[in-house]
Design a protein. Structure first.
Length: 117
């Protein structure tokens, strides 16, 4: 019980490393395991430690960890691989591109006559 209180206080105060320390000690207790995992995953997300989040959350089977791992992978993929973007991100980008307003008239660009542009 005391460990849980210390973990929550540290997390709420923004001391994420300390919160993860207390959470790791709670992982062995089945009743506290879900809360401990969520604190670990969310604290890593808040610190934008995406690689550590993927390492920590990949072995866990709960939905919260899986969703944060997927989000972290989406954040890292464009940075690490440049043009290779996950299909989910490609769909989002496609929707954004299609929803952008288009000009009603196209203007022919004239490099030599700037006033007409």
């Amino acid at each position: 019980m005391l460990r849980r209180v210390l973990m929550r206080r540290a997390y709420n105060a923004g001391r994420y490393e300390e919160a993860r320390h207390h959470a790791r000690l709670l992982l062995s207790k089945p009743k506290e395991q879900a809360l401990a995992r969520s604190v670990i995953v969310r604290s890593l997300w808040n610190e934008q430690a995406f690689e550590a989040l993927i390492d920590a959350g990949s072995g866990w089977d709960d939905d919260l960890s899986k969703s944060y791992v997927e989000l972290a992978q989406e954040r890292l993929e464009p940075l690490a691989y440049g043009a290779s973007i996950s299909p989910m991100v490609q769909r989002r980008l496609g929707k954004l591109r299609n929803s952008q307003p288009q000009p009603e008239e196209s203007i022919e660009w004239k490099p030599n006559h700037m006033r007409s542009n």
